[in-house]
Design a protein around this ligand. Structure first.
Ligand code: PEP
Ligand code: MG
Length: 538
C-alpha cells in the first residue's frame, strides 16, 4: 500500500483524548525472533566483535544509571548498576569467548547460549531474590544482541536519518504494555497508536494520566506506515489521519503536543474529598501540586513493572516511606500488588494461563505467593511510622479471602513496631459487592474499582476493543450494585471512595454525588477538572 501524500483516515477507538500531529516511531516487537547460529572461520575477529559489544553495552548501562538516578531515583538506578557488574564480570566474558572458540559459532549464538544457561540456573534456585535476578540476565542478553545487530533496543528506525528518538513522536505498537508506557521518555511522547487494547487497560489509564492522546484498534498499522510517517491523531473521535494535509491540520486546530504544561489548579472544596491515583513514587509531585487530599489509590505493582524486577522489602520500604512523608499526614491508600491479568511480569515467572483475568491475579496471587505478601507487608508496616498507612486488598472475592489475607498480613508484621495501619477492601468483583455488609463489618474502609467491576459484572474484557460497546457503566444494574455498597458503608460508618475511571469522568459526577459518594480518587491532572465540576453542582 503506497498512499504517500494521500490523506488516509483510519478508525479505531479513543483510549485517551486529544489531538496531535507528529511523526511515527514503530516499536520493534519481534527484533530477536530470527537470530541464526552460523559457523565462523575467523574466531579472533568474532571475539573482538563481542568484546566491543560488551564495552558499548556497559557504557549504555552507565548512561542509563545516571539518567534513571536523575529522573526517578537512586534506588531505581541500582538495577542497572547490577546489570553492568554482571556484564563486566570476567567469568561471564570467559564463558562467552570459550563458547565462540569451542563451537566456532557467531557471537550472537554464544550470547544466547550462555545467557540462557545462566538464566535457567538462576530460575532453578529456591530463593525469590536470586530468581528475580534472572530478569537481569535476560535484559543483558537483549542489550548485547541489540548492540551486535546495531539496532535500537526498541524502535525500527534507530540510527536512520528519520529516527524520531529524542523528538516528539507518536509511538506505534501492537499493544501498549504498562512497562512500555512507563519506560518511554514521556516528555517526547506525543501520542500512542496501537493495534490492540481497550479503553480501560492499564496502559490506557497511564496514557490518560500523562495526558497523551491515544487511539487503539488500528489493525495492520505496521504494514501501512513506516517510521517517520506523518500522522495526526484525533483521539477525540478515535481516528487517525495518515499524511494529513495542512488544511486538515489547521481545521482540527492541532496543537503540536497535547501535553499541557500549565494546568489550572482548583482549591479543595467542602463536601467532596478528591484524592489522586498514582502509579509511581514520582507521581506524588503532581498530586501535591494539584492539592490532592490524599492518595486514594497507589497502584504499587507499577513500581515493580517499571523496574521489570522484584523489589526487596528494603527497596519497597524506602519508596513507601518517601510517599508517606511527602503526603504529610494525608491518607495514602497502598493497594497491595495487583499483578496478573494484562499486567504480566516476566520476572515473577507466573504460569502461562489461558484466561489470566480469571486466574492468578490480585489477592488470589498474594494468597499463593507468600513471598510477595511478606516483603510488601513488612515494608508497609515499617513505613507506617512515618504516617498513616491504608492497605487496600485488590480483587477481593469474599469475606473469607479478605480475613485470610489480612490475618496473614498481621501475622507477618507481628514483630514490627508500627504506626497507624488500616485494612480496606477493593470492591471490584461482583461477589464481594453482594457481600458488602459482611465485608464492611470487618474492613475499616473501602474503595470501588469500577474498571474491573464493570469487566466482571458484565463478563466483558476491559482490554478488548471488539467488545468495547458492552463495556459501559451506563446500565442500571451497575448503579444498583454501587447502591448496595454505599448502604453497607453507611451502616458500618466506613469511609468509601471510588477510584475507578468513572470517578474522573464528569459525566458520572451527578450520579455519584446523588448516591452519596463524598470521596473520589482520580488521576492527578484530572483533580482540577473534577473540582471545577463539583463546584458547579453546589
Ligand atoms: C479498578 O479496577 O477500577 C481499579 C481502580 O484498579 P485497576 O484499574 O488498577 O485494575
Ligand atoms: Mg482493578
Amino acid at each position: 500500500m503506497n498512499k504517500k501524500e494521500n490523506e488516509t483516515y483510519l478508525t479505531g477507538i479513543s483510549i485517551s483524548e486529544g489531538i496531535v500531529v507528529a511523526k511515527a516511531c514503530l516499536f520493534n516487537e519481534d527484533r530477536h525472533s530470527n537470530i541464526l547460529e552460523y559457523e565462523i572461520t575467523d574466531i579472533n575477529k568474532e571475539k573482538d566483535r563481542l568484546f566491543s559489544a560488551i564495552k558499548i553495552a556497559a557504557d549504555q548501562l552507565g548512561q542509563i544509571t545516571m539518567d534513571v538516578e536523575e529522573r526517578i531515583g537512586v534506588a531505581e538506578s541500582k538495577i542497572f548498576v547490577a546489570q553492568k557488574m554482571i556484564l563486566e564480570d570476567e567469568t561471564v566474558h570467559e564463558t562467552l569467548f570459550k563458547t565462540i572458540h569451542e563451537r566456532e559459532v557467531n557471537a550472537e549464538s554464544a550470547v544466547i547460549r550462555v545467557m540462557d544457561a545462566y538464566e535457567a540456573r538462576l530460575l532453578d534456585v529456591d530463593n525469590e531474590y536470586i530468581k528475580a535476578r534472572a530478569t537481569d540476565i535476560g535484559e543483558i542478553k537483549r542489550r548485547l544482541l541489540d548492540v551486535l545487530a546495531e539496532i535500537n533496543p526498541s524502535f525500527l528506525c534507530s540510527g536512520l536519518e528519520h529516527c524520531q528518538r529524542g523528538k516528539d513522536r507518536i509511538i506505534v505498537a501492537k499493544e501498549l504494555t504498562p512497562s512500555l508506557t512507563i519506560s518511554l521518555d514521556t516528555r517526547h511522547t506525543a501520542g500512542f497508536i496501537t493495534e490492540h487494547g481497550g479503553k480501560l487497560s492499564h496502559a490506557a489509564i497511564l496514557a490518560r494520566a500523562l495526558g497523551i492522546p491515544a487511539v487503539s484498534g488500528i489493525k495492520n498499522i505496521h504494514n501501512i506506515i513506516t517510521c517517520g510517517t506523518d500522522i495526526l491523531i484525533n483521539a477525540n473521535k478515535g481516528e487517525i489521519i495518515l499524511w494529513p494535509t495542512e488544511e486538515t491540520i489547521k481545521r482540527l486546530e492541532v496543537t503540536k503536543t497535547f501535553i499541557s504544561k500549565d494546568t489550572v489548579r482548583e482549591k479543595p472544596i467542602k463536601g467532596t474529598r478528591v484524592m489522586a491515583n498514582i502509579s509511581l513514587q514520582q507521581d506524588v509531585t503532581e498530586a501535591i501540586a494539584m492539592e490532592a487530599e490524599g492518595i486514594g489509590l497507589y497502584r504499587t505493582e507499577f513500581e515493580f513493572l517499571a523496574r521489570g524486577a522484584y523489589l526487596t522489602e528494603e527497596e519497597q520500604f524506602q519508596i513507601y516511606s518517601q510517599v508517606i512523608k511527602s503526603m504529610k499526614g494525608k491518607p495514602v491508600y497502598f493497594r497491595l500488588l495487583d499483578i496478573g491479568g494484562e499486567k504480566t511480569a516476566d520476572f515473577l515467572k507466573l504460569p502461562k494461563e489461558v484466561n489470566p483475568a480469571l486466574g492468578f491475579r490480585g489477592s488470589r496471587l498474594l494468597q499463593a505467593r507468600d513471598d510477595l505478601l511478606r516483603a510488601q507487608a513488612r515494608a508497609l508496616a515499617r513505613a507506617s511510622v512515618s504516617g498513616p498507612v491504608y492497605v487496600l486488598y485488590p480483587l477481593i472475592i469474599d469475606i473469607n479471602q479478605f480475613k485470610l489475607l489480612r490475618d496473614k498480613f498481621l501475622e507477618i508484621i507481628s514483630d514490627i513496631t508500627t504506626g497507624d495501619i488500616k485494612h480496606g477492601v477493593m470492591f471490584e468483583v461482583p461477589s464481594a459487592c453482594l457481600q458488602a455488609e459482611e465485608l464492611l463489618a470487618e474492613a475499616e474502609f473501602a474503595s470501588i474499582g469500577t474498571n474491573d467491576l464493570i469487566q466482571y459484572l458484565f463478563a466483558v474484557d476491559r482490554d478488548n476493543e471488539y467488545v468495547a460497546y458492552d463495556y459501559t457503566p451506563d446500565k442500571p444494574v451497575f448503579w444498583n450494585l454501587l447502591k448496595t455498597i454505599v448502604k453497607a458503608a453507611k451502616k458500618h460508618n466506613r469511609p468509601l471512595s471510588v477510584c475507578g475511571e468513572i470517578a474522573g469522568n464528569k459525566k458520572y459526577l451527578v450520579k455519584l454525588k446523588k448516591l452519596g459518594f463524598s470521596m473520589l480518587s482520580v488521576s492527578a491532572r484530572l483533580i482540577p477538572v473534577i473540582r471545577k465540576e463539583l463546584n458547579k453542582l453546589k
